[in-house]
Design a protein around this ligand. Structure first.
Ligand SMILES: C[S@@+](CC[C@H](N)C(=O)[O-])C[C@H]1O[C@@H](n2cnc3c(N)ncnc32)[C@H](O)[C@@H]1O
Length: 302
């Protein structure tokens, strides 16, 4: 398992990475933004998805038009057909792992559409915009959904980062497991560390603390039978926690405030894009409220 945080994440059988809520109604509203683009593209159009991860956007585009010829790039070691238990339509997509969106291996004017969902803003923005526009054909469409600093996706990240930091602290649960496996403490002492954590940690999520505590149960069951395997389980758990910490920090760094989002709009305009849509994307929640998702931007190359 590599240590790039996104590679670790995509290997975990995730189709998506940035979900504001678990409600299928929410995903449907975001999907509409992409499906609308697919419905405008002619059959067999060439599409490039930037920072594609496990291919959430290609999947949505193909759900509307299976004839689209999609290429997807990402800096991470993406391989959705290996990582996803349900890869759906993705067999027809050309995935290029280890490909920086600031150094694209395509000739100028190659694609009818360039898309990116929560991707472009992870790279240096001006350079990423230049590269995206360069490979777009004349009259081609660029469509983006970018992180918004105040979005619902960003809201839980600070709390989860403090949860991870507490687990990884010098006297924390992970250090406790390591000491237990090195026989510096016994299981009762490890339990005391775990109970202390459960008493004092204000944030405990199923996907972080829940996974660690499930891991402890597994390690404890394995330690007598196969100590080497117990140690591997512990090291993998630690690697995943460290990767998740790095991934969430990247996500926070990538999020754009209004001034930064306007700068993207300005840069694209200067590069010859006629912007026809630039505004925050909000979706309706079940209680009649609004959930802020990100910045949507769409335009056509002159
Ligand atoms: C939030 S994920 C988005 C993935 C996908 N578009 C989605 O919506 O599920 C961000 C992705 O950007 C990729 N990334 C970050 N910087 C990049 C760069 N300079 N070039 C290519 N990909 C990059 C990461 O590896 C990660 O897979």
């Amino acid at each position: 398992m590599g240590t790039d945080p996104w590679t670790v994440y995509w290997q975990g059988d995730h189709l998506e990475s940035c979900i504001a809520s678990q409600s299928p109604a929410d995903s449907k509203q975001i999907a509409a933004y992409w499906q609308d683009l697919a419905s405008q593209l002619a059959d067999a159009s060439l599409v490039l998805d930037l920072a594609s991860g496990n291919g959430a956007i290609p999947q949505l585009l193909l759900s509307v038009n299976r004839t689209l010829d999609i290429c997807a790039v990402d800096k991470a070691e993406i391989a959705p057909l290996n990582y996803l238990s349900q890869a759906g339509e993705l067999a027809s997509v050309r995935f290029l792992p280890a490909t920086d969106i600031c150094d694209l291996p395509f000739a100028p004017n190659s694609f009818d559409a360039v898309t990116s969902q929560f991707g472009l803003e992870y790279a240096p923005l001006t350079r990423a915009c230049q590269c995206a526009v360069k490979v777009l054909k004349k009259h081609g469409t660029i469509r983006l959904l970018m992180h918004h600093q105040d979005s619902e996706i960003l809201r839980p990240t600070t709390a989860i980062l403090s949860e991870i930091a507490r687990l990884l602290a010098r006297e924390g649960v992970m250090a406790g497991i390591e000491s237990y496996l090195a026989e510096r403490i016994d299981f009762n002492q490890l339990e005391t560390i775990g109970q202390h954590y459960l008493r004092v940690a204000s944030v405990r999520t199923r996907q972080v603390s829940g996974q660690v505590f499930a891991g402890i149960t597994q390690i404890a069951a394995e330690v007598k039978r196969n100590p080497g395997h117990a140690r591997t389980l512990m090291l993998n758990m630690k690697k995943k926690l460290v990767a998740e910490q790095a991934r969430l920090l990247q996500l926070q760094d990538a999020a754009l405030n209004a001034e930064q989002a306007h700068k993207v709009e300005e840069t694209l305009t200067d590069l010859g894009i006629i912007i026809d849509l630039f505004k925050p994307l909000t979706i309706d929640d079940d209680e009649g409220g609004k959930i802020l998702i990100g910045w949507q931007l769409s335009g056509i190359k002159k």
